[in-house]
Design a protein around this ligand. Structure first.
Ligand SMILES: *Cc1c(COP(=O)(O)O)cnc(C)c1O
Length: 457
């Protein structure tokens, strides 16, 4: 008789990871180095240290150390909201009438409502350890800004957040959560920075973008003594911190004696997906085990599926290092009706290399189908998912439905990155039947590609 898998598999505190796993160490083809935008030479730790704090700059450039100790203080903080459960989605399976077995790792069990806190606390910790006064950052939908505000409050650091103007206006509650945790929140573009004033002069009335908010945050960090810049996704250091998601999942799967066949994650800048797959990808890279890994992105912001693999700017103001990644061009902005997050123009250089080398697949989904999946999930599993997470839910459901056709009992595993309580305006649109899909035309994409610099050797 088949052994009954529990609804939730928790780990004991003693089974929580004590080291992060650095995927790059096992990659034969390393991700291409970050380039200094002035000299086009690979960035050094000393150069990166102008923007990031020292230890994070070192982690950013470390392609060889497989395991990095999680400092005790961070392990303690993690215990406030981790380990996160690995859930067997029995109710969803029943609703889908599928022989597939569906599992998800739920990262929404903290006030910021997403996985972003895993890296926020690490970045705040290293800044504090270096004796800094504070950090600056950007936030789009607000999850990262919230996570960072919580982490800074805990560490006693000042936190300056540039929030994309359209979100600042449309998500006043997110803004107030950040302020409650002590952060200073400025709508971007603002007139408080040079780059903000320049963008405002060129595009009066703009509602802002992530790339633009990044430029403002970097300018303030570099120009204010005792401050550094932090970023919630895309960077290799962020994928490193997010490996706790995958490491916990792997331990839990080993405990119940299950091996996932398909691993699915939504991909914005790639941090949750990179963390989720880390220990599984390790086995795949070493030829010890095989997994099918699927990155899911919005059809309206299709970096993997329709982007170019090239060195590009990470921000609109072109002040950050150049990264080689799948990109839509730093000037790309998804159409105004796009509601589901995951709107960054580029993708983690680690995941880009793995995708380029054929270790991961990518697919894109349209937002009305994403919200339909979100609704089905909420009604069966109870959790109201973030729109970002729902991209992964969509593909997990589709794969489970394929199993219904073929009768295969595949183990499908996806990352449920967060909750969607601050996204009710998007849910309202969907519920009212007012949500539409927009897929950029090739001409739309060409405009973004035109801004990719000509440094591709
Ligand atoms: C930020 C965010 C994402 C996307 O970011 P990645 O770096 O691609 O993981 C996904 N889900 C939620 C809930 C988020 O807040």
């Amino acid at each position: 008789m088949e052994k009954k898998i529990p609804y939730k598999t928790y780990l004991d505190e003693s089974e929580m990871p004590k080291q992060w796993y650095n995927l790059r160490a096992d990659m034969k083809n390393k991700p291409a180095p970050l380039l200094n935008p002035g000299t086009l030479k690979p960035m050094t730790v000393d150069e990166l240290e102008q923007v990031f704090c020292r230890e994070l700059a070192e982690q950013e450039l470390d392609d060889t150390t497989p395991y990095i100790d999680i400092p005790k203080e961070i392990q303690e903080f993690y215990k406030m909201y981790r380990p996160s459960p690995l859930v067997r989605a029995y109710c969803l399976e029943k609703a889908l009438d599928t022989p597939a077995k569906i599992y998800y790792k739920f990262e929404g069990n903290n006030t910021s409502g997403s996985h972003k806190l895993n890296s926020a606390i690490a970045q705040a910790y290293y800044a504090k350890k270096q004796g800094l006064k504070g950090v600056t950052t950007e936030t789009g939908a607000g999850q990262w800004g919230t996570a960072l505000s919580m982490a800074c409050a805990y560490m006693g650091l000042d936190c300056k957040v540039f929030m994309v103007k359209v979100s600042y206006e449309q998500k006043p509650f997110r803004r107030e959560v950040m302020r409650t945790y002590g952060a200073n929140v400025t709508p971007s573009p603002s007139d408080t920075t040079e780059v903000g004033r320049k963008i405002l002069a060129e595009h009066p009335g703009t509602t802002g973008s992530l790339g633009c908010a990044i430029s403002e945050a970097v300018e303030v960090a570099v120009g204010t003594p005792g401050y550094r810049y932090v970023l919630g996704s895309v960077l290799s250091q962020v994928l490193l911190h997010q490996s706790v998601i995958g490491l916990e999942s792997k331990t839990a799967f080993d405990k119940i004696g299950v091996k996932p066949d398909i691993i699915i994650g939504c991909a914005g800048g790639g941090s949750n997906l990179g963390g989720l797959i880390a220990p599984f990808m390790r086995e795949k890279l070493r030829g010890e085990n095989d997994y099918r890994i699927i990155a899911v992105e919005p059809a309206s912001c299709p970096s993997f599926t329709r982007g170019k693999y090239a060195y590009d700017f990470c921000d609109t103001g072109m002040v950050c290092p150049l990264a080689k990644m799948y990109t839509l061009g730093s000037g790309f902005i998804p159409s105004a009706n796009h509601a589901g997050g995951l709107r960054y123009h580029g993708m983690s250089s680690v995941l880009s290399q793995l995708y380029h080398d054929g270790y991961i697949e990518a697919t894109s989904v349209e937002q009305t189908s994403v919200f339909a999946a979100a609704e089905q999930f909420a009604r069966t599993e109870g959790i109201l998912p973030a729109p970002e997470s729902s991209h992964a839910i969509r593909v997990a459901i589709d794969e489970a439905l394929k199993c219904r056709e073929t009768g295969e009992e595949k183990n499908i595993f996806f990352g449920l990155t967060g909750t969607g309580y601050f996204d009710m305006v998007a849910y309202e649109k969907f519920n009212n039947g007012e949500m539409s899909d927009y897929i950029p035309t090739d001409e739309d994409l060409e405009k973004g590609f035109a801004g990719i610099p000509d440094v591709n050797l």
